[in-house]
Design a protein around this ligand. Sequence first.
Ligand code: FPP
Length: 261
Amino acid sequence: MRSDQAVDDETIAPAEHLGDVISPISGGRVPRHVAVIMDGNGRWATQRGLPRRSGHRAGTENIRRVLERFGDHGVRYVTLYGFSTENWTRPESEVKAILRLLGFFLRREVNNLHKNNVHLRLAGHLEHLPERLQQQVLDALELTANNDGLTLNIAFSYGGRDEIVNAVRRLMQEGMGPDDVTEEAIRDRLFTADSPDADLIIRTGGETRISNFLLWQSAYAELYFTDAFWPDFGREDIDIALAEYGRRKRRFGGLGEDEPL
Ligand code: FPP
């Protein structure tokens, strides 16, 4: 435990056991790693009589305030589902608009992220992206590589099954035999190898499914679903989601401390 943490030993002990941190704002337990399925951009736009791409734009603009709020609470890892392997089947104009928005996000935010000590990572296939965008991503990763604040994983051209296949393929390419295939060996070859498992997965937009997101890393994640569309999901919504997380009893397949035998 860091000596500068202004909480007493008894308060922090159970949270540390779970890998959680104590929120400087609410004083409650908060997840170390929050992952978000940013759903509802299209419906947000349609409701306003706007084209779907306007919803994705508003959703992109929402990322900064969300990251700031997670940071205020002391969350250490955030993974955002920006574009799935399945999203390539959307109409070409929408795919192009989302790809452009990743470029826009990087151009607009990377200096601010760097200034705030954010370590940016890509979860997904860089090689699927247009060359210019690949270079922009690489530049952003390089700029922030030595930052040791919040880690932001951008899941882009990402699929959970694809990620596991990719990890196993790498194991085989490295000449590993059947006995070398362990949970740890697979975990170390996931796109998110540098982040702990997800503690909390938030999905906005009213749907209650995982949609091929972090299939491995979500094994014991708490799930939180809200009807709010992603562009509307703000500071208060985050506070509510984190308060709900703080009330959950996590057992990781074991028994909770208070369970009678
Ligand atoms: C889901 O809403 C959202 C997406 C498929 C794209 C999310 C992308 C961004 C916010 C922009 C780029 C990302 C980053 C990380 C900079 P939907 O279109 O499925 O909404 P709907 O269910 O209302 O149709």
